[in-house]
Design a protein around this ligand. Sequence first.
Ligand code: FES
Length: 117
Amino acid sequence: MEEKKQPSFPVTTTAFVTVAQVSEILPDHGLQVVVHGRSVAVFLHQGEWSAIDDECPHKKTPLSQGNCAYGQVSCPMHGWTFNLRTGACTEAPHKPVVIHEVRTVGNELQIRLNHHP
Ligand code: FES
């Protein structure tokens, strides 16, 4: 019998999930939400929404607690910076964070998970 290989990433969904009300989000302050058991950091920065994995690839610190400025979030632990649009890490280009799709429907903030890069 063939053994089914488990993916090395969390389950990817195909549907948007409501995670918060738009009115709960403060500009430039991260909000931690959980989508299908996966922690995601949501930001409203310069009028645009971003959703990234809420775990720094360096030492797993929640990025939702980081400073948000100039299109990036800085990890509160050691200061690695991540582009809020691409997930790219300035200090460690080989360790980006996964970005997720985010949209608003009325006052609902919705996220759809993406695969790991
Ligand atoms: S834990 Fe994020 S930079 Fe070290």
